[in-house]
Design a protein around this ligand. Sequence first.
Ligand code: PMP
Length: 356
Amino acid sequence: MTQVYNFSSGPAVLPREVMLAAQAEFTDWHGSGMSVMEMSHRGREFTQIITEAEADLRKLLGVPSGYKILFMQGGAHFQFAMLPLNLTQPDDTIDFVDTGHWSRIAIKEARRYAKVHLAAVGDGSGIPAEADWQRSKGAAYLHYCSNETIGGVEFPFIPQSDVPLVCDMSSNILSRPLDVSRFGLIYGGAQKNIGPSGLTLVIVRDDLLGHARSETPTMLDYQIHAAADSLYNTPPTYAIYIAGLVFKWLLDRGGLVAMEQQNIEKASMLYETLDASGFYSCPVERPYRSRMNVPFRLADERLDDAFLEGAKARGLLQLKGHRSVGGMRASIYNAMPVEGVKALCDYLRDFVRTHG
Ligand code: PMP
């Protein structure tokens, strides 16, 4: 097989070691004679898999006691509805910080269930200064998206908040150490930095459980899933198993401190190459540039197709930007090796030499 580097924004590249480990035990997990895909979610074997996955995630993120970890389904989109249904009554106000596409999808959904107040609205190039945010009195919670996957805007800080802080971390969870105790609830789809699609992680403080509106569908009530240790119904077992392997892979590599160092190295290399080119441009101001998703444009968009074709010929895949913004985007999650970013930087320079 030729070496390729996959820059997809999600579902995204997974660690090669994890894929090979899963392949080796695909039809026979630990001598059980069964694939993980074939096991009862309530059997001894899967109980071990999900228990270890949770324990490893707790260790990685240093999740304090007093927080539940939920392995759920429905993607971040389900969370956009679950949050207001579980944490508000119709007359309550939710404070939002809008820093891009995914903030706005969350806002749109929340408006169906509660009042929304925009505490701050970014212009796509960064994050409004926290001191200027206009917070409402007595908001049910403050919601923000720590990394805008399309716009490439990432929070370099955790906001201060007197009300529960709720964060969509779909595209940068596990990319750096995190003080979970600052949050009321953290959520994210797994398909970027954790594992296969179909799994959604929720980390929720205990006092936020048990407040769902009476009309909330049972499956959308956090308390139901917490009380059943994520086994109220059949969870996405295979995705949980792969996520568990990714957690072990991260722990073996020094955890999130080591991962952050590598992510800084990769992102710096890529942004420096783009900035030095005089040909590519990046829409985001330096302090807010995402370490995970790097959007950029060519000086002449008529060269976009040639750029993508040339990239593909070198095994550099899925660099096309989101359809809503065009241009290019390189997603460089934990599983993207440094060599992949080096190969991309070489190509970026070579393309300027031939087309610039
Ligand atoms: N939030 C962010 C930051 C995302 O990147 C995405 C997916 N690209 C979503 C929410 C939506 O996730 P899902 O498709 O899992 O519902």
